[in-house]
Ligand binder design. Sequence first.
Ligand SMILES: [Zn+2]
Ligand SMILES: [Zn+2]
Length: 272
Amino acid sequence: MVPYLFYCCYLIRSLHPDHQNKVYVGSTPDPIKRLRQHNGDLTQGAYKTSKRRPWEMILFVYGFPTKQSALQFEWAWQHPMRSRHTKRQAIHSVTCNNTLGMRSAAQSNLYLTKLRALHDLLCTQPFARWSLKLRFMDPGDLGLFLAEAGPPPPGRALPSQLCVSHGPALDLLPVIQRSKRTEDTFVKWVENLPASCHVCHDAIERKDLDRFVCCPDCTMIAHLTCLATLFLNDTPFALIPIEHPCPGCARRLVWGDLIYDLRLRLHHHTKT
Ligand SMILES: [Zn+2]
Ligand SMILES: [Zn+2]
């Protein structure tokens, strides 16, 4: 089984005049193809949503450490009142009369409910530690997401390593098909990097594929443990590295992305 390819959770909204603001949360390795299935352009699946066609893609969340973790996120997003991750916030929002739309399914504006539930989830452990990325198709929806989330109470701000962007889903096609690009270029790229660790200057054995990571923007290559130690130096109480400027080019590196590349390299190595 492919261990680590693109997998996202997505939010679509019905454009059917009788079902405006009705939304659906799902997960898929290909959000572009999946939307076409929901809209009946392609066969297979999406039976549950067929009565509310057409659908538009609002956003998707990607960068999950595993497919299982994406499914865990999907379930929590679908059931914000039941998920152990967001239950506490949902109860809080009911009692403080902040009309989060979670009081009952019938009352709620489901579109806003899902945006707010997403915000809650992104601030909640373990999701808040992951290097997740949020892609809105329309800047208006992104603006609404940020506005509806409102000024966060202390400790509930969106995680700093979260990347938020907007634009057509098609622009992300290279990311969605990342493994194919990796096969061609990334392996060759790694072969041409310096032979020693940027941090400790000891040699890096190329055959120990699971022992080193490299920056996508410069020639920095380092032992996994050396770079983890560097990341953690700034945050003495953290146990898991999250983000840090690259010691080579100073661009921001997100730990989850480095591990993603490492696992793709491993996957292609075992395949060839
Ligand atoms: Zn080293
Ligand atoms: Zn760099």
